[in-house]
Design a protein around this ligand. Structure first.
Ligand code: ATP
Length: 753
C-alpha cells in the first residue's frame, strides 16, 4: 500500500515535473524559434514556418521559399545580369533538402509546354493533392525531385551496407524502371503552400568612378603531406592508384589538361587509417618526383620499394576542404578546436572591423570600399562618404548603396548562413571567391548552391562517396554527396520520406547533380533487389535523353521535360526499387523551335544511325532539303558520327529494358512518319493540302494507310474524339501536320518510359 501510494505520489511528482519540463521546453523552443526566425528574416534568406497544432509543431520546423541565388559565371568570372544572360550556359543551381519546396527561377518556359501539360493526363496526376507545385507555374518545369520512400516501421540497423573491394566495380543496385501513373502517396500530405518569392531588383546605378569587382584570389594551395607506409603480408601497401586527367590553369591563366595519379586508401577497414585521403595527388615516391611519370613507372617504383615506401601527397584543390575535414575527423578533433584562429588572424579581423569596410553596390556588381567617418552635418542626411579600396576615389553615396562587408577570413566560407553580414554582395563575393578556388559547392543553411564548373572536376568517385558514408552534414565539407547523405541519414533516423529539389536555370547542372545523388544513394545504401541494376538505370536515362533532350542556346543537351526520381528503400535501408516520372515534355519542339536550336536528339540519332535495311524501310536513303518542322540531318561528319554512335547506344538501352526488336521498329516507323510529315509540309492552294506529295506518300506508307486517308485525317474536319489534331492543323497551312507530329512524340515519350 505504502509503496503504492508512494509510487502514486512519485508518479504524480514525476508527472508534474515532466509537464513542467515539457512546458518549459515548449516555451524555450518557441523563444528559440522566434530568435531563429528573426535571424532568418533579418538575413532575408529564409522564412521559417511552424505549424500551430501540436502535431505540426512536433513534426518540424519548416523552412520554405529560399530565395534562389543566381550566379552567372564564365571563365572570366564577371558578374552579369542573370535574366539578360542568354548565351552563357554556366550557372548555379540551388538545392533544397528534406522537404518539398517551390521557388522561382529565371528559366523561360514555353507557354505552350505548360498548356499542353494542362491537357495531358500526366499533368492531371501531378496536380492531385500533393503534387509538386502549381502546374501553371513555370517553376514546375525546373523541379527535378528525388524522393525516398521508407516502408519499414522498424529501426534500421545501419546506414549503408555496401562492401567494396579494392577493385570493386560499380555498384550493382537493382532498379525497376516503370511508368508511374500516380503521384506517389507520400507526396499527398506534404503540400507546401506557394508563396511569392521576392527577387531582388536589378541594380542599375552607376557612380562617377572606375568601379571594379574585387580580385578573385587564386586557389589555396595545401601543404603536401609526407607519409611512410609499411609493406603488408599481402605484399601491398594498402593504397590504390587512380589515374585521371584534370584541367589546370597555368600562371598566365590559360587552361590545360594534365594527367594526375591519385594515391587513395584501399577498400579495407585498416586502409583508412593510413593517412591517405581520396583526392590525394601523388607528388613524390621515396623522395623522387613522379608528377610526370606514367602509371607503369610509378607502379614499378612502388614495387621496388623495400619494406616501407615514402609518399608525398597533396590534395587536389576541389577536394581540399573535404580532405581537411576527413583528416580532422580521423584525428578525432572537434571542429572548433581544429579551426581555432591564430593571434594574427584575430588581430587582422579586429583591424578589419575597426575600419568600416563596405560593398558599394552598382550596375556591374560591387566594389570594396571603406566608409569614412564624417563629422555631423558635413554629409547630407541619408548619405555616406566612402573611399574605394582599389583606387582611393572618394564618393558620397546613398546609405542604401552600401552593404557591410565581411572580413577576408569569410571569403571562402563553407556555409553562407554563417556570414556575419548576410547581404547579396557578401554572398556573391563568397561564391565567386570559392568558385575561383575550384570550390563549386557552398552550403546556404539547409540548402546547397552548386555552380557549374568549367571542367569536369575529379570530385566524384566511389572513394569520395565513401568519405560521406555515415557522416552528419556538419562533419563534412559542402558537396553534393553530403546532401544525399543528409537525406539518407534523415530517412533512416526519422523514418520519413525525404525530397531533394533541384532548382536552377537551364544548363545549371540539375540533371548532372540528380545523377550524382542517385549514384551516391544506390552505392552507399546498396540494393538487394533482383530487378534493379545500374545498367537498367543508365538505359532509362539514355532513352529519356534521346526522346526528351535537345540542344538549346542555354545547354547543348537540355532536358525539355521535368522528372521525379523516386527511390524506395526497404527495412534494411537498401534500395528496393526506383522509378522515374516525367512531366511537361516540350512537345511543340517537334514542329517549332527558336532559331539555332535543335529538335529532339532521337531524330538526329535515327537519321545518322539507321542501318541499311532500316534506312530503306523508313525511306531515309535521301533526305528532303526542307522540312516544315525543321528536322534536317546533321551536316558535319563528326556530328553525324556521334549521332550514329548514340543511336547504337539507344538501341542497346532499349534491349536492356527488354523492348523487343519489333517494338523498336514501331518506334522508328512513327518517328519516320513525323520526319516525312515535316518534309511534306502543307500549302493552301484552294484547299489545305500537302505541299510535297511524295513525302506525304512516304509518311502514309510508314503509317500503313493511303495518302488519301492520311490527307483527310489531317486536313478534313474530324468528328470530335476521332483525331486529337484537327483543330490546330486547321489554323493555317503552315501548321499542317504539327499537331500530329507533336502528339506522336508526346505519346511516344510517355510510352517509352
Ligand atoms: N557538377 C558538374 N560537374 C561537371 N559537369 C557539370 C556539372 N554540372 C553541370 N555540368 C555540365 O553542364 C552541362 C549542363 O548540365 P545539365 O544538363 O545537368 O543542366 P540542367 O540544369 O539539367 O539543364 P536543363 O534544365 O537544360 O536540362 C552538362 O554538360 C554537364 O556535363
Amino acid at each position: 500500500m505504502f509503496n503504492l501510494i508512494k509510487k502514486d505520489k512519485e508518479k504524480d511528482g514525476v508527472r508534474k515535473e515532466k509537464k513542467e519540463k515539457k512546458d518549459k521546453k515548449e516555451r524555450m523552443s518557441q523563444a528559440e524559434l522566434k530568435s531563429l526566425e528573426e535571424v532568418g528574416m533579418r538575413r532575408g534568406f529564409f522564412s521559417l514556418q511552424r505549424g500551430s497544432s501540436k502535431r505540426e509543431s512536433r513534426a518540424k520546423l519548416e523552412i520554405s521559399d529560399p530565395i534562389p541565388i543566381q550566379v552567372v559565371t564564365n571563365p572570366e568570372l564577371t558578374l552579369m545580369d542573370v535574366s539578360s544572360e542568354r548565351n552563357n550556359n554556366r550557372s548555379s543551381m540551388l538545392l533544397d533538402v528534406g522537404r518539398i519546396s517551390t521557388t522561382s527561377s529565371s528559366d523561360n518556359i514555353k507557354g505552350e509546354a505548360v498548356q499542353d501539360v494542362q491537357r495531358s493526363s500526366l499533368r492531371e496526376q501531378a496536380s492531385r493533392p500533393g503534387s509538386l507545385t502549381k502546374q501553371d507555374s513555370p517553376v514546375v518545369k525546373l523541379i527535378k525531385r528525388l524522393s525516398f520512400s521508407q516502408k519499414s516501421k522498424e529501426e534500421s540497423p545501419s546506414e549503408g551496407s555496401v562492401p567494396s573491394g579494392p577493385n570493386s566495380a560499380a555498384p550493382s543496385p537493382q532498379v525497376e524502371p516503370k511508368v508511374s501513373h500516380h503521384v506517389p502517396r507520400y507526396i499527398s500530405h506534404r503540400r507546401a503552400p506557394l508563396r511569392q518569392v521576392q527577387i531582388p531588383l536589378l541594380v542599375e546605378k552607376m557612380f562617377p568612378a572606375d568601379l571594379h569587382l574585387p580580385a578573385v584570389m587564386p586557389p589555396e594551395v595545401f601543404e603536401p603531406r609526407e607519409l611512410e607506409l609499411q609493406r603488408r603480408n599481402t605484399g601491398d601497401f594498402g593504397f590504390s592508384l587512380r589515374r585521371t586527367t584534370m584541367l589546370d590553369q597555368k600562371p598566365d591563366g590559360s587552361v590545360y589538361r594534365r594527367v594526375v595519379h591519385f594515391a587513395e586508401p584501399g577498400a579495407g577497414n585498416k586502409d583508412v587509417t593510413l593517412g591517405l585521403v581520396p583526392g590525394d595527388r601523388l607528388v613524390e615516391i621515396n623522395g623522387l618526383n613522379v608528377e610526370n611519370k606514367n602509371r607503369d613507372e610509378i607502379v614499378e617504383m612502388i614495387r621496388q620499394s623495400g619494406e616501407t615506401v615514402r609518399l608525398k601527397v597533396q590534395p587536389i584543390v576541389e577536394l581540399s576542404e573535404l580532405s581537411r575535414c576527413w583528416l580532422k575527423n580521423s584525428a578525432g578533433v572537434r571542429g572548433e578546436a581544429y579551426e581555432v584562429k591564430t593571434e594574427e588572424q584575430i588581430a587582422a579581423e579586429r583591424a578589419w572591423f575597426g575600419t568600416e569596410k563596405v560593398w558599394l553596390v552598382h550596375k556591374d556588381g560591387f566594389s570594396l570600399a571603406t566608409q569614412l567617418k564624417s563629422e555631423e552635418g558635413s554629409v547630407p542626411e541619408g548619405k555616406v562618404k566612402i573611399r574605394l579600396e582599389h583606387d582611393g576615389t572618394i564618393l558620397e553615396v546613398d546609405e542604401d548603396d552600401v552593404d557591410k562587408a565581411n572580413p577576408p577570413s569569410s571569403d571562402r566560407v563553407e556555409d553562407l548562413s554563417s556570414l556575419l553580414y548576410l547581404n547579396e554582395s557578401s554572398v556573391m563575393h563568397s561564391l565567386r571567391q570559392r568558385y575561383g578556388g575550384n570550390l563549386i559547392h557552398t552550403y546556404a543553411g539547409p540548402n546547397i548552391v552548386v555552380i557549374n564548373p568549367v571542367s569536369a572536376p575529379s570530385m566524384y568517385s566511389e572513394k569520395v562517396m565513401h568519405m560521406f558514408k555515415g557522416c552528419r552534414r556538419e562533419d563534412t565539407a559542402p558537396h553534393i554527396y553530403g546532401v544525399a547523405q543528409a537525406a539518407y541519414r534523415k530517412l533512416l533516423t526519422t523514418r520519413q520520406d525525404q525530397s531533394i529539389v533541384l532548382l536552377g536555370k537551364s544548363g545549371s547542372g540539375k540533371t548532372t547533380n540528380c545523377q550524382h545523388l542517385v549514384q551516391y544513394l544506390v552505392t552507399i545504401a546498396g540494393s538487394n533487389s533482383k530487378v534493379y541494376s545500374a545498367e537498367k538505370w543508365q538505359a532509362v536515362y539514355t532513352i529519356l535523353e534521346a526522346f526528351g533532350n535537345c540542344s538549346t542556346s542555354m545547354n547543348g543537351n537540355a532536358s525539355r521535360f521535368s522528372h521525379i526520381v523516386s527511390l524506395d528503400f526497404d527495412q534494411a535501408g537498401q534500395v528496393a526499387s526506383a522509378s522515374i516520372q516525367t512531366m511537361l515534355l516540350e512537345k511543340s519542339r517537334v514542329t517549332r523551335r527558336p532559331d539555332a536550336e535543335s529538335t529532339f536528339n532521337v531524330f538526329y540519332y535515327m537519321m545518322a544511325g539507321a542501318d541499311g535495311s532500316l534506312k530503306t524501310e523508313l525511306h531515309f536513303n535521301h533526305f528532303a532539303e526542307n522540312s516544315a518542322f525543321g528536322i534536317l540531318p546533321h551536316s558535319k561528319p563528326e556530328e553525324k558520327q556521334k549521332a550514329a554512335q548514340q543511336f547504337a547506344k539507344l538501341q542497346a538501352a532499349m534491349k536492356v529494358l527488354s523492348i523487343s526488336a519489333e517494338e523498336q521498329r514501331t518506334f522508328w516507323l512513327v518517328l519516320g512518319t513525323i520526319y516525312h510529315l515535316g518534309a511534306a509540309g502543307a500549302t493552301k492552294a484552294g484547299r489545305k493540302q500537302f505541299a510535297r506529295h511524295e513525302w506525304a506518300q512516304k509518311a502514309a506508307y510508314l503509317l500503313g494507310c493511303t495518302l488519301e486517308e492520311l490527307s483527310s485525317s489531317i486536313f478534313k474536319p474530324q468528328a470530335k474524339g476521332t483525331l486529337p489534331r484537327a483543330s490546330s492543323i486547321r489554323q493555317g497551312a503552315e501548321d499542317s501536320g504539327e499537331s500530329s507530329g507533336k502528339q506522336n512524340h508526346n505519346h511516344f515519350h510517355s510510352l517509352i518510359q
